[in-house]
Design a protein around this ligand. Sequence first.
Ligand code: 13P
Length: 249
Amino acid sequence: MRKKLVAGNWKMHGSLAENAALLDAIKPALAGIDAVVCVPFPYLAQAQASLTGSSIAWGAQNVSEQAKGAFTGEVSTGMLLDFGCKYVIVGHSERRSLYGESDALVAKKYMAAQAAGLTPILCVGESLDERESGVTEAVVARQLDAVIQTAGVASLAKAVVAYEPVWAIGTGKTASPEQAQAVHAFIRGKIAALDAGVADGLVIQYGGSVKAANAAELMAQPDIDGGLIGGASLVADDFIAICRAAAAN
Ligand code: 13P
């Protein structure tokens, strides 16, 4: 059976003091449970100092596709490795929609992350308009294909995919377990058509208004292998409950 993996995406939240309180609360409560926190760049050193030796890994929310050079404001894979990151989110819908990241750029970031030995958490998902016009599968397929055509299907053996319907992010509207499962099964089936072994081992997280109250029924779905958690990852008790629900399912 695939292992479940929950990752927190703190987005642009936190302060040294708030993070210290959050990390001090989740660390002992999640002892022995694999989890991830993706923190803002300036707090990577704090996450590393706090979480080294625990079962919680840490990572970033974005990375440059470039290795180094005159790219003001960008952060490279090497810099993430300097702070012990294992994971990096690529292609989050906020990066795609607010910062214009294309499928092609996301694929480059994914490749750069893997080349450096980081595990990319590749986000895919449709907008409300796209869902209502019946093109959810086509959108998710296009986003996946951009990566598969560039990096190859075998690369997914060293990646995590997160299905995050844009209409469910930060809105309080969670996809129903059935809606989420249907898209997760579509993603796994699409990959299975290319490589059954890779598809079988692939961790596919669900993200979008996951809360302590709805985590268990989402995690119980056969193709949901964990979660990518925004708002609830900032509340220690909620994040702990979600990670425990995933571990128990
Ligand atoms: P929320 O859990 O706040 O809806 O955010 C989901 C998300 O975007 C995680 O990457």
